[in-house]
Design a protein around this ligand. Sequence first.
Ligand code: ASP
Length: 342
Amino acid sequence: MAINPQVLIIYTGGTIGMVNDPLTGSLTAFDFGDVYKHIPELGRLHVELTTYAFPHPVDSSEINPEWWKEMATLVYSRYNEFDGFVILHGSDTMAFSASALSFMLQGLKKPVIFTGSQLPIGTIRTDGKENLITAIEIAAAKDETGDPTIREVAIYFEYSLYRGNRTSKVSASSFEAFRSPNLRPLAVAGVHIDYTGETFKTSGELELFTDFDPSVALIKFFPGISWEIYASIFNIQKTKAIILETYGSGNAPSDRHFHELLLSYLQSGGIVLNITQCSTGRVEQGKYETSSFFEKNGVLSGYDLTTEAAVTKMMYALGKSAGNTTFAKEILQKSVCGEVTC
Ligand code: ASP
């Protein structure tokens, strides 16, 4: 008899793991060891499930690099025991966590599937059951050669599987809460799970790297932005890198105060990365006069990076390069794990 695939479900918190307390009527986290009680359908999957719940599950607004480190270390330390991993996580910061884990776990050749829900599993119209059941199927799926079908960190939500570091949360209320604006889905679930996209291919052994450096600032442009308010951010002692969320294909106003701040920051060794506020398309520095200042002065293009991938990639690059700015810039100008089209 064929042995069922083994999947580890890791519960970090978020709406999915909540039920209505019959006494108070409010939503509370349920004991994840009881998952079969809440979703008896899981017993009919041909998958061996093991569950691990973080001792203090949180709303995903509380997630930080320490949590990423714990999640990645857990996957790394139990990598050989399981065919795939499902991480249950609040949807609010799921795209950041999925991006972060893609940088922390390079060389991954098994699926690490993030999922969650907009409605708790204990409510009648929950999207959590379908999300969890299909995420488990994806985490257990093998191709015709017996290799895992998905070999990367991904997000499964409302019938679509997306590369984690290409995904953003786009809706606070729709079941279709995520989108991958610049890369088509890795899979779409209907009657069958259709693996329409190509999973990321990597050679080499799995490596764990968790020393992210969060000395990163993010500035989103808007007409009338006051550089007096933002001036303190351009302080190289505190801020090792600045991500600019600019207009369109990477454009910004030619404000003298901003240019002075930026030039002195760059001259002191600061790293500046230009990403676009638009959800689709890419930065093309030099296309317009309003972005050629960036091109001439060493601001790096973030091409089609999402904000979530840009922030986590910057933390990774700063940590990995440990003060070697040239090396950090090299990392930022290439695709590390399928997060960008350069
Ligand atoms: N606020 C919740 C969280 O991100 C929302 C959710 O779970 O979807 O943890």
